[in-house]
Design a protein around this ligand. Structure first.
Ligand SMILES: *Cc1c(COP(=O)(O)O)cnc(C)c1O
Length: 409
């Protein structure tokens, strides 16, 4: 008799975004003439840049001629792309070899799949609040007990609360854990770890022989030269860290699909030999995945060209100007706003001790603006609200104006 993987039953219902839509639709029905502004989405809105479009076209053209046609490519991704990525990292002080990069169809699949190379009885720690894939993939793999709705936690997991008290950057866990997920710049809080904070995690990982899984999907939004964009800028990371990167938010590849994971050959766990963890990930990817699209990889090469990088920096600059407009507008109304610097998310403290959902309703009813309740990302998100800087400038300006003019605090 076939049975499903019963761990799927432990997952909390994908309640956040359907509930947002339900409330927005109900409000729109009652108020059909009202224009609703959306500051909730974590999706890019601006078109790909000219150099990148050219790269993608080149990728398509190559498939049209017998001399340049390619089928399955190198299983770790095009060598030229991995060489360019390695050079790009080394220009920022992170020394990696091209064959430590695994090109993929995005950071989310890698963030979900990476746990599969570790023992099922690993003890795992997560930031709270967090991007949901880290927790959910470990629930599906059977590393958790059941979900406790009162606490908003799964038993068997370690949560690292992020709050105003620690500037939304957690301390390493008190207990000895095996795996730690970190995301910086963070979705949803917009917090960015500094060198010292990352060093603390690396020291912890070395002491407890733990592995850090570092999601750097928003690294390119960092403009402050003092903040690390890769964990491999920090001493000791090559022995204990895996990093996940993406072209999605940086270059607008959310729909094109291209990312990468770095598993250093010097990452050693337990009594494993050097390169063994690296080879486990190679084995995982070659078993379950057949490589990123060759067209997308051509686009990725164009992103990493001098012109491509310049254009993509303009693109992130555009979103960061949105972030500045939102932050200034909301602060002008007396709201407390975190994030929005070196990160495209703003983390708003709800006024008057409102719950995240109460503030959602208030913002929707009074200002006709839709955001994302912080409690949807974990219990420590309660009392906060996420706004996203992804959007067309005129829409962002209208939304902010509507908040400034209409919200009653
Ligand atoms: C958007 C996002 C990703 C997804 O990246 P893809 O490359 O599009 O799969 C990964 N991590 C975080 C934290 C994100 O917000």
């Amino acid at each position: 008799m076939a049975r499903i993987n019963s761990n799927y039953r432990k997952l909390t219902a994908g309640y956040l975004f359907p509930e947002i839509e339900r409330r927005v639709e109900a409000f729109q029905k009652r108020n059909p003439s009202v224009k609703i502004h959306r500051l909730g989405i974590g999706n890019t809105t601006e078109p790909l840049t000219p150099t990148v479009i050219e790269g993608l076209r080149d990728g398509v053209e190559r498939l049209a001629a017998v001399e340049t046609y390619t089928g399955y490519g190198d299983e770790q991704g095009q060598e030229e792309l991995r060489i360019k990525l390695a050079r790009y990292y080394s220009s920022r002080g992170a020394n990696l070899e091209p064959d430590e990069f695994f090109i993929s169809d995005g950071a989310k699949p890698d963030a979900g799949n990476i746990q599969s190379i570790f023992s099922t009885d690993s003890l795992v720690a997560f930031q709270d609040p967090a991007y949901p894939v880290y927790v959910d993939s470990n629930v599906i793999a059977g590393r958790s007990g059941s979900y406790d709705p009162g606490q908003g936690h799964y038993s068997g997991f370690i949560y690292m609360p992020c709050s105003e008290r620690n500037d939304f950057i957690p301390e390493p866990p008190v207990e000895a854990v095996d795996l730690i997920y970190l995301c910086s710049p963070n979705n949803p809080t917009g917090a960015v770890v500094n060198h010292q904070q990352l060093q603390n995690f690396i020291d912890y990982a070395q002491k407890h022989r733990a592995v850090l899984i570092f999601d750097a999907a928003y690294a390119e939004f960092i403009t402050d030269p003092d903040l690390p964009r890769s964990i491999f800028e920090i001493e000791g990371a090559r022995e204990c860290a895996i990093e996940i990167g993406s072209f999605s938010k940086f270059a607008g590849f959310t729909g094109v699909r291209l990312g990468w994971t770095i598993v250093p050959k010097t990452l050693i766990i337990e009594d494993y030999k050097p390169e063994e963890v690296h080879r486990c990930w190679l084995r995982r990817q070659t078993t379950f995945f057949n490589g990123a699209s060759n067209i997308a990889q051509h686009g990725g090469l164009a992103v990493l060209s001098t012109e491509g990088l310049q254009e993509c920096r303009k693109l992130t600059g555009y979103y960061m100007e949105n972030a500045r407009i939102i932050k200034e507008g909301l602060q002008g109304c007396g709201l407390t706003v975190y994030g929005g610097e070196n990160a495209p998310y703003l983390w708003v403290k709800t006024p008057g001790n409102l719950s995240s959902w109460e503030f959602f309703d208030k913002l929707l009813y009074e200002a006709h603006v839709v955001g994302t309740p912080g409690s949807g990302f974990g219990p420590s998100g309660e009392g906060y609200f996420r706004l996203s800087a992804f959007g067309h400038r005129p829409d962002i300006e209208e939304a902010v104006e509507s908040i400034v003019n209409r919200i009653l605090l």
